[in-house]
Design a protein around this ligand. Structure first.
Ligand code: PNS
Length: 172
């Protein structure tokens, strides 16, 4: 008699301040790889985020609504403890460039030491989005640059309400 394989639950952790199209691409691809994908927002008030955890949760829920196996959650404390509490065995992270690798490797090895049963899986960012980061999106938008195509339209609308654009009048 064949046994049903155990379902694989993955956590995709991050700050998501705000979610970008690079994150969304990873969520879409990750949702196809795992039975359940939980996008988990780090609750870290030291980072002085642009959007509160509640706002980021709403934004994420809006954009993942089309993926039935994707959930949104938030956490504080150790990521591996949060993963274990959900029965997750995979941590999903994206790598955009080699410069991401060192930090990601350190975190992956520390997380493995803390909980050897949880595996970090890296996915290469889609080359269309590999230059995008939440930090740059906020900076460019605040300085009057065009961010359409870099974040989901619903996120761009919230940015418009949150950050007044500086209109450049040329160098003086
Ligand atoms: O998108 P980010 O800000 O690079 O995500 C970083 C995140 C949330 C993955 C990382 O800061 C994290 O896992 N924080 C939780 C605290 C923790 O578990 N630290 C020890 C493992 S290295």
């Amino acid at each position: 008699m064949s046994q049903k394989p155990p379902s694989v639950i993955a956590i995709y952790p991050g700050s998501f301040d705000p979610i970008t199209n690079g994150h969304l691409d990873l969520i879409q691809r990750g949702s196809g790889m795992f039975d359940k994908l939980i996008v988990s927002i780090l609750r870290n008030e030291n980072k002085e985020p642009l959007f509160s955890v509640e706002e980021r949760t709403e934004m994420l829920r809006e954009v993942v609504a089309g993926f039935p196996n994707v959930e949104v959650d938030s956490f504080d404390g150790l990521l591996v403890d949060h993963a274990a509490a959900h029965g997750a065995t995979v941590l999903l992270r994206g790598i955009r460039a080699i410069s991401d690798y060192e930090y990601e490797l350190q975190m992956a090895l520390m997380n493995r030491r803390l909980r050897p049963g949880i595996e970090t899986i890296f996915m290469m960012a889609n080359e269309t989005y590999s230059f995008i980061s939440s930090r740059l999106v906020k900076e460019v938008y605040g300085l009057g640059g065009n961010i359409s195509g870099l974040v989901p339209p619903s996120v761009e609308k919230r940015m418009q309400r949150r950050i007044p654009k500086i209109q450049f009048k040329g160098a003086s």
